[in-house]
Design a protein around this ligand. Structure first.
Ligand SMILES: [Fe+2]
Ligand SMILES: [Fe+2]
Length: 139
């Protein structure tokens, strides 16, 4: 887990894929994940967790919808597997959110999961998608 005086996820070149819409949506997701950490010690943490996770969840769903439409538009050959990774993220986020209202450990686990998933997914899966789309444009 990152130190508290730094954001959980710092935006950097590895997360910048070069597609304006996808990058903008990813930046918003980073903001929302980072906001969740701000509420870790809040007295009304349960309420804040629900507020943040609901906002992040809705934004992630919208982003996945747009990204999957983009995959279909550009004829991305690996889109079914990529979309399944999105579904797995939604399922795991649900599970951890349900648990973290009654237990401290799942809240930390939820944050760790969100950070690790986001960094890995964007820097590998989404990068591959954008690279494919750009290569196709160049043809
Ligand atoms: Fe994705
Ligand atoms: Fe994405």
């Amino acid at each position: 887990m990152a130190a508290r005086n730094r954001p959980l996820i710092e935006w950097d070149d590895a997360l910048t894929l070069g597609d304006e819409t996808i990058d903008r949506q990813h930046k918003r997701l980073v903001e929302l994940i980072n906001q969740m950490d701000d509420n870790r010690d809040a007295p009304d943490r349960e309420m804040q967790v629900m507020r943040c996770i609901t906002c992040m969840y809705l934004h992630a769903k919208e982003h996945f919808w747009d990204e999957e439409a983009f995959m279909a538009r550009v004829g991305y050959p690996d889109r079914d597997r990529h979309a399944e990774l999105h579904r797995q993220f939604v399922r795991r986020t649900h599970e951890l959110t349900d648990c973290c209202l009654t237990d401290d450990a799942p809240y930390i686990e939820l944050l760790d999961f969100l950070v690790a998933w986001f960094k890995d997914h964007v820097a590998t899966e989404d990068l591959r998608l954008v690279a494919f789309a750009k290569g196709r444009d160049a043809c």
